[in-house]
Design a protein around this ligand. Structure first.
Ligand SMILES: Cc1cc2nc3c(=O)[nH]c(=O)nc-3n(C[C@H](O)[C@H](O)[C@H](O)COP(=O)(O)OP(=O)(O)OC[C@H]3O[C@@H](n4cnc5c(N)ncnc54)[C@H](O)[C@@H]3O)c2cc1C
Length: 443
């Protein structure tokens, strides 16, 4: 049933972050005037989510975290409805209802709704002093609470856990990280690189507790200590939950839009329902290394996927060539970059090349690069990522790929002349143009 007072828009994007902005920009390249509305339940212009740790450490303010300039929306004739939550979508009637009661009629819809923090079921979770860490409001809440805090426990030793730990440490807080697996950063690094990371964190003064978990958060009304699964108690005034995110699926549940772990999409980012698209952390995109659709919740994949969705929404048919897990991190003055597989399966068709000091590792199959880890000196990792993404056969020069002085010059001429994406620490914030272009086919 269409509502007479409904707002009408040609394009509706739910989510004003990497995916939503990527889509809006692509739409505007193809359709400069079609009405475009972005709705976001966060009350801010798009900002770089990976930088919230620098907000917490007081290295940045919001204005220096913006993903696009303040004039971006007006310049692109984009209407931004921020601080408004979409409660329900009705794909059959092409409407979206907001929590404030208003209704939006759309012709094409993008779900760029991202992820929600995983919240474990731990006794005492409701106590004052327990926080998530996935958005700037989380960082603000933690910041406001820090006056009461000398020590904190971070649950989860993954990317988010390490970034919040470093930020708290920089604010003078004693931090203990409790990780359930036997090593930190276990999803993005192998054992050797995890060991190096763990050592750096410990040497910096972060207490790392692995193969353990928080069984209870205890205290009168607010956090006073935690009890670990082995009975050990750690005194602290704050607990930060940093276990990860899961796709935000509330809007598709109850509709006939298909989802698995994330929203199911094809290579044009179209969902199973006509005129409804999805991208980013909310969706399961194509992974060119595993050859399957899977969750790869990283910023560049969300942005690139958003662009592909936007082109298709505006009628230009392009395909997502795929992304893969790829991380470039910097903490305690240490750079680490990893992508694709970080450990080869037992099957002996994989070949592993390793150098130490600095630690570097490549995983190859049939002379194609399937995974890489670079620790400390990550400058050349961008070239290797390019070879991996482009499926280049490296048989003739694979032994030189890990040498410290390896560079583009070592590649065959035809490859050298081709632009290869450069992956630096900066790409965790703004995906580089080369990567974007090469991840999209048909532009
Ligand atoms: C602390 C932290 C560190 C990170 N570090 C890195 C890193 O170093 N490198 C990297 O590549 N990635 C990193 N990531 C992951 C990266 O931030 C995400 O992959 C990326 O933000 C996903 O973009 P997205 O557009 O899919 O969704 P999101 O950025 O999650 O944005 C989705 C938006 O949609 C809004 N929304 C959802 N549902 C509704 C609704 N019903 N109504 C209105 N609005 C809605 C949400 O509030 C949110 O604003 C990090 C993430 C975190 C939290």
């Amino acid at each position: 049933m269409k509502n007479k007072n409904a707002v009408k828009t040609k394009y509706l994007i739910i989510g004003n972050s990497a995916g939503g902005i990527g889509a809006a920009e692509a739409i505007r390249e193809c359709d400069p005037t079609g009405s475009l509305l972005i709705v976001s339940d966060e009350p801010y212009p798009a900002y770089s989510r990976p930088l919230i740790s620098e907000y917490l450490s007081r290295q940045r303010i919001l204005e220096t975290m913006l993903f696009r300039s303040p004039g971006f929306y007006a310049q692109h004739r984009i209407e931004l409805l921020s601080g408004q939550k979409v409660k329900k979508i009705d794909p059959a009637n092409k409407t979206a209802s907001l929590e404030n009661g208003s209704v939006i009629c759309w012709q094409r819809l993008l779900l760029a709704t991202g992820g929600l923090p995983i919240v474990p079921n731990i006794k005492g979770m409701q106590k004052e002093g327990v926080f998530n860490f996935t958005c700037i409001d989380d960082a603000k809440k933690i910041d406001a609470y820090l006056t009461r805090v000398n020590s904190a426990v971070v649950i989860g030793g993954g990317l988010i856990g390490i970034s919040v730990s470093e930020a708290l440490f920089k604010r003078g807080i004693m931090v203990s990280v409790v990780e359930m697996k036997d090593r930190v950063l276990n999803t993005i690094l192998d054992e050797a690189a995890s060991a190096i990371s763990g050592r750096i964190l410990s040497e910096a003064g972060i207490k790392i507790i692995t193969a353990n978990t928080v069984a209870e958060i205890a205290g009168q009304d607010r956090v006073e200590y935690v009890v670990l699964a082995n009975g050990q108690e750690i005194s602290c005034e704050m607990v930060v939950i940093a276990i990860g995110v899961l796709p935000r699926l509330d809007l598709v549940k109850g509709t006939s839009i298909k989802f698995n772990r994330g929203i199911s999409i094809d290579r044009c980012m179209a969902t199973s329902y006509p005129d409804v698209y999805a991208c980013g952390d909310a969706s399961e995109g194509w992974d060119f290394i595993t050859g399957s659709d899977r969750l790869t919740p990283i910023w560049p994949n969300a942005y690139i996927g958003g662009r592909v969705a936007g082109y298709n929404m505006a009628g230009r048919q392009v395909e997502y060539k795929g992304g893969t897990a790829m991380n470039s991190i910097h903490y305690f003055d240490m750079d680490i970059s990893s992508a694709g597989l970080v450990s080869a399966s037992d099957d002996n068709s994989y070949e592993t090349l390793i150098t130490n000091s600095p630690y570097r590792k490549l995983i190859l199959k049939d002379n194609l690069v399937k995974g890489m880890i670079f620790v400390r000196d990550i400058e050349k990792s961008g070239i290797i990522y390019g070879l991996m993404r482009d499926g280049v056969n490296v048989k003739d020069y694979k032994q030189s790929l890990l040498s410290v002085d390896f560079g583009l010059i070592d590649l065959p001429r035809d490859l050298r002349e081709k632009r290869l994406g450069v992956l630096t620490a900066a790409s965790r914030v703004v995906p580089l143009k080369e990567m974007e272009e090469q991840a999209i086919a048909g532009e």
